[in-house]
Design a protein around this ligand. Structure first.
Ligand SMILES: NC(=O)c1ccc[n+]([C@@H]2O[C@H](COP(=O)([O-])OP(=O)(O)OC[C@H]3O[C@@H](n4cnc5c(N)ncnc54)[C@H](OP(=O)(O)O)[C@@H]3O)[C@@H](O)[C@H]2O)c1
Length: 254
């Protein structure tokens, strides 16, 4: 899917989900690692057109996000918010309870449970297991995705089941930004290495959620819709996959 084939909403291209909703192809990550910046989130919402924020109970910033979203003045219905439960919340009743607690911390009335259901770090085996136990096919699978980690078999599997593939750590936590291929492509296109990585994810049809606590970097990371990588350059980046995980490897989870 090319970026120009994606629908547009509030100026940010979106990707359709199997349930009829659409997720902005570019979101803002948040995290407990590397801090959280209230000003950066407000700036992203007010000045950069960000309408998709990724968080998790584990990041301990849901209640901080509530403040930033309020201050931004952006309405709940114009925002795509993802949060994630922790594995200690598994189970029907515990999940419902944890979901309500997340809503409370975020100061919102609805989230994924009612609208779109996602999983994270699910490999093909995990998704196959899930098929046996659940009636609903997840709408999204959020998995590590950057030039060193491009799990194409999983991407293809997700596509075959209409599960949108969302890639986290698109900059490999910054590790990809000094790689000579990426530095050279940045020079060639007159862009930054981060923009090359983000654009590559999007051109590969991957929803992507780079994190930054710095307003100027968030602005930079959003300027990826006015250029495109030619096929040969996408192939160079595709060829960089070496299987390394910058976050963690979910393979041993059964
Ligand atoms: N589901 C999961 O298991 C899981 C796991 C990991 C992450 N995630 C999600 O994915 C999001 C992104 O992942 P991530 O933060 O680990 O990795 P990332 O987005 O690949 O990289 C973030 C790092 O790159 C730096 N950075 C951002 N933009 C930059 C730019 N334009 N130039 C130079 N450096 C830049 C950031 O520093 P500054 O903040 O100082 O700018 C930060 O150190 C997270 O926030 C989280 O929402 C999910």
């Amino acid at each position: 899917m090319s970026a120009c084939e994606l629908g547009k909403a509030q100026g940010m291209p979106t990707v359709p989900l199997s349930n009829g909703f659409s997720i902005p192809v570019l979101g803002l990550g948040t995290s407990h690692d590397g801090g959280y910046s209230h000003d950066a989130v407000v700036y992203a919402l007010q000045k950069c057109g960000i309408r998709h924020i990724d968080t998790a109970k584990r990041y301990s910033c849901e209640s901080l996000l509530q403040k930033a979203i309020k201050e931004s003045g952006i309405k709940r219905e114009d925002l795509w918010l993802t949060t994630k439960l922790w594995h200690t919340d598994y189970g029907y009743e515990k999940t419902k309870q944890a979901y309500l607690e997340s809503c409370k911390r975020l100061g919102i009335e609805y989230l994924g449970l009612c609208r779109s259901i996602g999983v994270s770090n699910f490999l093909i085996d995990h998704l196959e297991q899930l098929k046996e136990d659940c009636r609903v096919t997840p709408h999204v699978n959020q998995v590590e995705y950057h030039p060193f980690q491009r799990p194409q078999e999983l991407v293809d599997y997700c596509r075959s089941r209409n599960i949108v593939f969302e890639g986290y750590c698109p900059l490999a936590k910054g590790e990809a930004l000094n790689h000579s291929n990426i530095v050279q492509l940045a020079k060639k296109y007159g862009r930054t290495p981060a923009q090359i990585c983000i654009r590559w994810s999007i051109q590969n049809g991957i929803v992507t959620i780079p994190k930054s606590t710095k307003p100027e970097r968030i602005w930079e990371n959003c300027q990826v819709f006015d250029f495109s990588l030619v096929e040969d350059d996408v192939a160079i980046l595709n060829g960089m996959h070496d299987g390394r995980h910058i976050s963690w490897d979910p393979t041993p989870i059964v």
